[in-house]
Design a protein around this ligand. Structure first.
Ligand SMILES: C[S@@+](CC[C@H](N)C(=O)[O-])C[C@H]1O[C@@H](n2cnc3c(N)ncnc32)[C@H](O)[C@@H]1O
Length: 312
């Protein structure tokens, strides 16, 4: 199955990363390598791209897609929080640009067979990295009702979180919930009748999104990588983040604000990670949105928001 994804806001990403020949760029979310290929076209012949993805299928497919640039790339399978490790493997201390294009790829949603979509009947897995331990089925079948409510409320902003969690606990008391179709059907039945059909989005949309966020610890990992990434930029280096929902965008916005004030602290260690000095310039006071034309051509890009910073 070809690995497909239409990259969002390519023109804007190239502009905000300030891609030029000879630059060294890290694409932390390689996916189908659409952004990576566009970046490589700008930075060759002597530029270099390090591509990271936690999905093995993405890495394998990108290796093929980017084969004509093989002397200008290094691909790394793993979580983007391990970005420093990926750079040290190539003996690189600092880079000119870092890209994060968050969320799932079209391939993961449609062709991965891992239950990311409520429109498919697939094992309820949702792991981007199939080496990691916990699947969506583990969460749905084992987590307490209260924890499920929290996941649906916090990560999905799901109005019917309690009803859905109660329905899950009731069904799983006599049989395991194993597939995406079983979960979608259960959610549909759990929401009040008048909210089941004719809604702008399918009633299971938010539950599926929240489970995906929980399985892949998406928000924790985002916060972690933002703290590390800025330290890996050269002076005038750029970080560019494409987020797709308000929870992600809020984390990016808050982190940029802290870095601008020179107050970004590790919440656990309580250490300043930028020597107490303002370390960045915010290049996007308001997030940049895709054009109407792009949204028409690629509806998956409709919720994209781009924010970018430049290191002092
Ligand atoms: C929206 S897609 C990126 C698409 C890509 N920019 C392109 O042009 O095709 C997001 C990708 O990031 C990967 N990903 C998400 N979170 C990650 C993380 N914490 N570490 C590494 N990869 C991650 C996913 O596996 C997925 O392949």
């Amino acid at each position: 199955m070809p690995y497909v994804h239409i990259p969002a806001m390519v023109h804007e990403v190239l502009q905000y990363l300030d891609c030029k020949p000879g630059k060294v760029i890290v694409d932390c979310t390689l996916g189908a390598a659409g952004h990576a290929k566009a970046i490589l076209e700008q930075i060759i012949p002597n530029g270099f791209l390090i591509g990271i993805d936690q999905d093995k299928e993405a890495i394998e497919s990108a290796r093929d897609t980017l084969r004509r640039y093989s002397s200008n790339i290094e691909l790394f399978h793993g979580n983007f929080v391990r970005i420093s490790e990926a750079l040290s493997a190539k003996r690189i201390d600092a880079v000119d640009g870092i890209l994060l294009d968050l969320g799932v790829s079209l391939h993961q949603l449609k062709n991965s067979g891992r239950g990311f979509s409520f429109n498919k009947d697939e094992p309820l897995d949702m792991r981007m990295n199939t080496d990691s331990a916990t699947t969506a089925a583990d969460i749905v079948n084992n987590m307490s009702q209260e924890d499920l409510v929290n996941i649906f409320r916090v990560y999905g902003q799901e109005r019917w979180a309690r009803r859905i969690a109660r329905a899950i606990v009731s069904v799983r008391s006599h049989k395991k919930i194993r597939t995406s179709a079983e979960l979608a059907e259960l959610v549909l039945k759990a929401v009040p009748k008048k909210h089941r059909y004719g809604q702008r989005i399918h009633p299971a949309t938010r539950v599926f999104m929240s489970l995906r966020i929980a399985v892949n610890k998406e928000l924790e990992r985002l916060e972690q990588v933002l703290k590390v990434a800025v330290n890996l930029l050269k002076p005038k280096g750029r970080l560019c983040v494409l987020s797709y929902h308000s929870l992600e965008d809020r984390i990016v916005k808050q982190q940029i604000r802290l870095l601008e004030k020179g107050r970004s602290r590790d919440p656990y260690l309580q250490e300043c990670i930028c020597d107490g000095r303002a370390s960045v310039v915010n290049l996007t006071r308001k997030p940049i949105r895709p054009s109407k034309k792009e949204i028409k051509q690629n509806p998956m890009a409709r919720s994209a928001r781009l924010r970018a910073i430049e290191k002092h």
